[in-house]
Structure formats: structure tokens, C-alpha cells
Design a protein around this ligand. Structure first.
Ligand code: SF4
Ligand code: SF4
Length: 582
């Protein structure tokens, strides 16, 4: 019987080279070239302090809390303060927002600073050599203290002159304790003082004293903030209590219990803080704002919290007159209407002629904004000896003495994190001025800009070998979302409403450790290498090489054919595919 073919036994041959194939340098086929190229996350570029947020989240996910906290401190001496009161522009642009919800960056910042405080962490930054130039800082508010922090970390001796009995400026005297407890603020001020700055309280600075200072110092930083409330320009204005004074007295424990209606005039952060404090003191606040709710300059999350606590808001009414009415006050209000938009943003308003109404109140507080208290607090507006930096203005007097204005005096947005930014930018600018000269300031600062250039990295300025933070900002489209699953953002626990409005205890509670880690793990870590090894796993040519000494990777271009799989499979756009000769 004939065997069929399937039954026939053939010898089995396995092709096997007797030589290594390394000789076939397949890299010569390449037309496209992958590169490790870290980029800037949108959140970092939007944080005025330029915090390295993608990296901070990576450390937090791995439980490296001290390292994460030090990363914040590197760029911002107020993580506990900002973790509570920053309006977090970083979250507004978070790429994760387009996937499900933005990462709770602000709550993680608070978690890290509270963990640092609980464990007594101290930063392990290198001690710099003492420099010969001395800086005088006017005002121990957030801008002055930040300037002192960054200058001290470069070795500049600093003296801060503060007119009040304690340092902190608006943070101590203008933000109520239910948002920022005094102990939390003091902890961060102590850290700044430990870096070397001398804080002299009860030392008001006059124009004359300033002239004297110039003989003993090499530069002055002006961070006196906005200490003069704006005027309502109406009859009976003197009957209204000043909002900033009200908050300051509250901090000093001088405020009495309130009852009945308290009218708060204004729509900014001070107005909202006053109204929420009035509620806690037993009064019934009514906020009256001449534009609409959406035009209020107060940060929206704070307005929302005020409304959730039950505070009433009367929009499109402006004060016309305040009168004394027995023990009460009688307010005449003018109805307003929207007549277009100003700068394409907030409502332009006009009075509705003849439409007024009267309301009575036990107290009227005006909180419509503030400006510089003295003319010499104002930065010069024009001239060849003025350099406008982001959030700071450097000027030179007739004798060429440098005076640099920061904080509210020089920033468009009045916020703590902008004050931090101004202190940092001023410190870097002064260092460049002393070492390289005035003409080099703009160019040298560019090297350490983060993203589009309005935030700056102190770490990059100090260490030129640190990865640049300037390059491209990662967009959502550059994230490989196949590697991420949807996950709900954590909810920050708050005191129950009844408890919150009956005390000045902190309203927002810290998040527990497991929540912080879980939330940080939601971060895409846009633009940074987290060593996930996808590039190594997917490379068909085994051309990705681990560089053990640097804990990094590099590509062996002798073998990389330029297929681009590594770039496509990098979840977070830490690689780029370029033309071979780009
Ligand atoms: S300081 Fe503000 S903007 Fe910067 S990371 Fe913190 S919350 Fe975000
Ligand atoms: S996902 Fe992470 S790195 Fe990316 S923007 Fe959001 S917080 Fe920043």
C-alpha cells in the first residue's frame, strides 16, 4: 500500500544562523527618528508658580510624599496656603478634563503640605554661599515673603519690613480662618524665615525711610499690596464699615456677634469673605453687586460656596445713598441694566433711570476693591528705565538704584499664587541683574520659562542641567488614552453646613492618604517619562536600551528602523517622532 504524503517522515530543518545578526544595522533603513523628548503639561504652564505638576503626581502615586512636597516647595513656598486658597487655574486646563474630570491638583497639594507638617518634614535644599548684595523687602505679604524665599535660596541676605505686628499680609489679615487657619500660615512663614530672611514687624516704611534704605541695600522689593479701599463716592459712605478692616478685626478677635441683615457691597473675594464671616457671626448677609453673578471678580468656587451656605445675592443693583435710620441704616439702591460687554467679557452696565429701591440693614460693609495706599507704592508706568516682567516691574531711580514692584502692585490678577510668581520672578531678575547686567534679564529668564513663558521654573534657573520646561505643551490629542480607564474624581469632604456656618473652623477637610494616591494616579503625567517601559516592550528591533546609571532609556539608532511604535505606544507623549534629519 502506498503511504500518503502526510505519513511520510521528512527531516525537520530549523534555519539557524551561525553568526550574530548584529552586523545588519537596520538603522540605515530609517526615514523617521523617534526621540525621548519630555514636554510641558498644560497644568504646569497654567500654574503661575510653574509647579512641575505631572512629576508631583507621579511621586504622590508612588507614596513619595516628601519628594512631591519638596518639588512644590522648589517653585512655591506656600503649598499649604495655595492648597487651600488658590483658585487653581491648573485644573481648568487639565487634559484629564476631556476624558472624564480634571485631576484634583489643589487637594493633592494640600494633602502633601499637611502630610509634611504632620511628619515634620524639612526641605533638604543645598545651602547656598552668602552673596554680598543685600535686599530690603517692603511688606511681609505673600509677594514679599516669596521674594525672600527665592532670594534666600540663592544666598542673598534679606530684611523684610512689615508695618503690622505679625507677618502674612492679606493671608493673615484678609482671609478668614475657615478658609486659612492661622497656624497653617505660620508654619509656612517659619519655613521661609528658616531659609534666612529676617522679618522685622511693627516697622512701617515711609518715603523718607525708603530713601535711607537705599544707602544700606543693593535693591528694594516693593510688596506692600493694596492697602487703601476704593471709594463708593456716594452720600453717607462714611456710615459703611470698610471690608478689609472688618476682616482684619475678625482675625484679631475684635469683632462682636451680629444680628439682623448686614449688607455687603461688592463682588470680589473680600466681599464674599466678609459675607461668609458675617454669617458665622450670627448676621444675615446680603451681597449687593452692581453687575451680574457671572461678572463677579470673586473666584467662582468661592461664590458657589457662599451661595451653598445660604448667602443671598442681589445682582444689578448699585448703592446710591446710605442714611442713618434710628439704630439701623437705610440704603437707597439704583437698579442697573446690562448695556453690552466690556472688553468682550463682563457686563457693561447703565442705571435704569427712575428705578430705585430702599432696604434697611443693621450694618453696611463696603468691599468694592482696593488700590495702593501711598503714591510711592505705585510702580512707574512708563520710561526707558522700566522692565515689565511677568508679575513684576523692575525700575531704576535717578541714581540707577533698582526698585522692583511685585504682588498686587504689579500683577493683573490679584491672587496668592500670582504673588508667589511675582516674588520668584523678581528674585531671578535681581540675580541676573547683579551677575550679568540689566540687558541680559529678559534673555536669561526665557531659559527657565515654563510652557508659553508667563511662569518660570526656579529649579531650571538654578540648575541648567535640569530638564527644560519650555518645549511644547502636551494636548489631549497627544495622550494615548487606551492606557487609561475612566475614574471618578475624589470629592473633598466639608464640614456639615450647620456646623460650618456656626463656627470659624476650617470648612474643607483634608483628603485621606489612600484618596490622595488614588487621585494622583488619575493623572496622565502629560509629557513626562514615568518609566512604564512601553517603548521597550513594543520596539520590534530591541533598539530601546535601559541606561541603568541614569535610570533612563535611550535608542540604539544602529538598529532602530524608525517605525514609530514606541512613540505611538507612549501613553503620555514623552517621545516624539521626527524626520530623520530634523
Ligand atoms: S498653586 Fe494653584 S495653580 Fe499652582 S498647582 Fe497649586 S492649585 Fe494649581
Ligand atoms: S492629566 Fe496630570 S499632567 Fe496632565 S494636565 Fe492633568 S494634572 Fe496635569
Amino acid at each position: 500500500m502506498n503511504k500518503n504524503v502526510s505519513q511520510t517522515k521528512f527531516p525537520v530543518y530549523i534555519a539557524r544562523s551561525r553568526q550574530t545578526t548584529e552586523v545588519n544595522k537596520t538603522g540605515s533603513w530609517r526615514v523617521m527618528c523617534p526621540e525621548y523628548e519630555e514636554k510641558t503639561s498644560p497644568c504646569s504652564a497654567a500654574c503661575p508658580a510653574g509647579e512641575d505638576i505631572a512629576l508631583i503626581q507621579m511621586f504622590t502615586t508612588r507614596g513619595l510624599f516628601k519628594k512631591a512636597w519638596e518639588k512644590i516647595l522648589m517653585e512655591n513656598p506656600f503649598p499649604a496656603v495655595c492648597g487651600r486658597v488658590c483658585y487653581h487655574p491648573c485644573e481648568t486646563v487639565c487634559n484629564r478634563k476631556q476624558f472624564d474630570e480634571p485631576v484634583a491638583i489643589n487637594s493633592i497639594e494640600r494633602f502633601l503640605s499637611d502630610t509634611a507638617d504632620k511628619n515634620g518634614y524639612r526641605p533638604s535644599f543645598e545651602k547656598p554661599e552668602t552673596k554680598k548684595e543685600k535686599i530690603a523687602i517692603i511688606g511681609a505679604g505673600p509677594a514679599g515673603l516669596s521674594a525672600a524665599w527665592f532670594l534666600s535660596r540663592m544666598g542673598y541676605p534679606c530684611d523684610i519690613f512689615e508695618e503690622k505686628s505679625e507677618p502674612g499680609g492679606i493671608l493673615r489679615w484678609g482671609i478668614p480662618p475657615y478658609r486659612l487657619p492661622a497656624g497653617v500660615l505660620q508654619g509656612e512663614i517659619d519655613l521661609i524665615a528658616a531659609a534666612g530672611a529676617e522679618i522685622h514687624c511693627n516697622r512701617p516704611v515711609s518715603a523718607l525711610f525708603l530713601t535711607d534704605i537705599k544707602k544700606k541695600y543693593n535693591a528694594v522689593f516693593m510688596g506692600c499690596g493694596h492697602g487703601q479701599s476704593e471709594s463708593l463716592n456716594i452720600e453717607g459712605e462714611n456710615l459703611a464699615v470698610d471690608g478689609l478692616n472688618f476682616l482684619s478685626e475678625l482675625r484679631q478677635g475684635k469683632t462682636r456677634r451680629l444680628h439682623g441683615r448686614v449688607v455687603v457691597l461688592g463682588g470680589g473675594n473680600t466681599a464674599v469673605d466678609v459675607a461668609r464671616s458675617v454669617l458665622r457671626l450670627g448676621g444675615t448677609p446680603l451681597v449687593i453687586y452692581r453687575r451680574r453673578r457671572e461678572d463677579m471678580p470673586a473666584f467662582p468656587q468661592d461664590v458657589n460656596m457662599a451661595l451653598e451656605e445660604g448667602i443671598e445675592l442681589l445682582e444689578l443693583y448699585g448703592p446710591a445713598k446710605i442714611e442713618k435710620n434710628n439704630k439701623d441704616y437705610l440704603l437707597t439702591l439704583q437698579k442697573m441694566h446690562v448695556a453690552g460687554l466690556e472688553d468682550g467679557k463682563r457686563a457693561a452696565i447703565e442705571p435704569d433711570v427712575g428705578k430705585t429701591k430702599k432696604i434697611s440693614a443693621q450694618m453696611v460693609v463696603k468691599a468694592i476693591g482696593a488700590g495702593p495706599a501711598e503714591t510711592w507704592h505705585k510702580p512707574p508706568v512708563a520710561g526707558k528705565d522700566i522692565l515689565h516682567l511677568s508679575n513684576a516691574i523692575l525700575s531704576f531711580d535717578n541714581a540707577g538704584f533698582p526698585v522692583i514692584f511685585g504682588g498686587d502692585l504689579a500683577s493683573e490678577i490679584e491672587s496668592v499664587v500670582h504673588a508667589v510668581a511675582s516674588g520668584k520672578h523678581a528674585a531671578i531678575a535681581l540675580d541676573i541683574l547683579f551677575n550679568k547686567g540689566r540687558n541680559k534679564i529678559t534673555k536669561k529668564m526665557e531659559i527657565c520659562s515654563v510652557g508659553n513663558g508667563s511662569s518660570f521654573s526656579f529649579e531650571t534657573y538654578l540648575n541648567r542641567n535640569h530638564r527644560p520646561r519650555r518645549p511644547e505643551i502636551v494636548s489631549y490629542e497627544q495622550i494615548n488614552t487606551d492606557y487609561f480607564s475612566k475614574a471618578q474624581r475624589i470629592t473633598v469632604q466639608r464640614l456639615p453646613k450647620e456646623e460650618a456656618i456656626n463656627s470659624f473652623a476650617e470648612t474643607a477637610l483634608n483628603i485621606p492618604e489612600n484618596f490622595a494616591v488614588q487621585e494622583a494616579a488619575r493623572c496622565f503625567n502629560c509629557g513626562i517619562c514615568t518609566q512604564c517601559d512601553n517603548c521597550f516592550i513594543f520596539c520590534p528591533d530591541v533598539a530601546v536600551i535601559h541606561d541603568k546609571s541614569k535610570q533612563g532609556r535611550h535608542i540604539n539608532y544602529d538598529y532602530c528602523k524608525g517605525c514609530g511604535l514606541c512613540v505611538a505606544e507612549c501613553p503620555r507623549s514623552a517621545m516624539t517622532l521626527k524626520g530623520e534629519h530634523q
